[in-house]
Design a protein around this ligand. Sequence first.
Ligand SMILES: Nc1ncnc2c1ncn2[C@@H]1O[C@H](COP(=O)(O)OP(=O)(O)OP(=O)(O)O)[C@@H](O)[C@H]1O
Ligand SMILES: [Mg+2]
Length: 444
Amino acid sequence: MNLKQKKTFSLHLIFLILTILSLNLFLFTYLSGQQAMIAFILVLGSFFFFAKTSQVLYERNQNKLLKDVQKSVAEINGKADASNTNHNNPVSFILDRFKDVNKNSRELSWQINFLQQAFRITKFGLILFDEKLQIIMLNDLAAKILDIKPGAKNNTSQINLTPQIKEIAKVALSGKKVKEKIELTYNMRSLEGRGLPVSINGKTIGSLISLQDTTKIDALADVKKDFIANVSHDLRTPIASIKSLTEALLAGAKDNQETLDSFLNELDKQSERLSNLARDILDLSKIENKGSLALKKLAIAPLLEQSVNSFEREAQKKHLKLTLSVKDNTQAKVDPEQLMKAFHNLLDNSIKYTPENGKISVSLTRNNGSINISFKDTGIGIAQKEQMRIFERFYRISKSRSIKSGGTGLGLSIVKHVVENHSGKVGVKSHLNEGSEFTITLPA
Ligand SMILES: Nc1ncnc2c1ncn2[C@@H]1O[C@H](COP(=O)(O)OP(=O)(O)OP(=O)(O)O)[C@@H](O)[C@H]1O
Ligand SMILES: [Mg+2]
């Protein structure tokens, strides 16, 4: 009770006492002593009866008000248990509800903030749909994956999704979880799409779609599959030759000196092919593991010189003019073993793919802070459309020219990996029947 209420209460009490005293005075003045006493008791009794009745009515009214308030709150809270309260005072009940609302709204804004950040940070593209399959929101990654322009992203009603994505959203809306592969033909992406229903109090009110760009993962899986297929094929061919040649020799071919010589030569070729394949696969797997790089600061010229010298005999056999020009002797941080493998493969190709009496020029120069190593030949050359593919594992140009020259098609992919391990680049310039130039550029 505040001060004003206390004052009003005291005034009412004084007024009541005065009324009773004056009534008493009146009764005793005009009635006999006994009558006056009876009349006084009756007046007092009616007064207390009136007071009690008023109190009961007031409390009933207050309880009705409390129940109405509880019912409204229960309706707002989605028919939560309205009787579940210890309050008998509407004011304190309402105050408590206010506290609840305040707490809930703080929790809600925290959750909204959390969801917004999760939408932003996630590695999945996310799209939220309402029950009419209209887009409510989508994150930046979803827009990027689906090639939606930044301006169009905010105007969600204008976004046109592929029928497959809409279908996933629809199935999820029916309460089911979905997981499907999606191929986007318009931007050549492969996606994994998942759909989940979004529900409140058991009622589905929308669906959430997550999109994961699996283009690179799928490409890697294809590379792995191709690699295994190629290795098995390249292993099977020489093994089958070795087996059939050996069987033929054992069956009597060894008795003819000429056949024996030719079969032994073929056996030597096939076993060399096998050992080269095994070496290239081991080299490639070692080189692909960047952790195995053993960098040392040293001059590149001696490494190149050593590689060129090791091919002198091969060049002489084909009457090729092999020259080396070194115009730089600066040092760089390199893995000498790996770098020499790259030089070896490029020299091997130049000699292999240059017809007799051709010319191979190797040079080392320095230009604008980078080291350039060039391998130029006057060989059979590479058509423009093939130049993009020759660095792929196992890629060999036409069968006819490959069979003549042997090889597995791993050489240039080893070169590419070595150069990239050194943060450098390898390029090719070539014209069919004129020659090719492969250039390694390394940071100095
Ligand atoms: N200097 C070159 N001149 C012409 N064609 C070349 C040259 N270098 C590479 N090529 C072409 O590129 C293809 C891929 O070369 P790569 O070195 O990867 O494989 P390869 O030489 O066939 O086999 P290996 O794994 O034994 O090196 C070759 O099959 C060849 O057709
Ligand atoms: Mg090669």
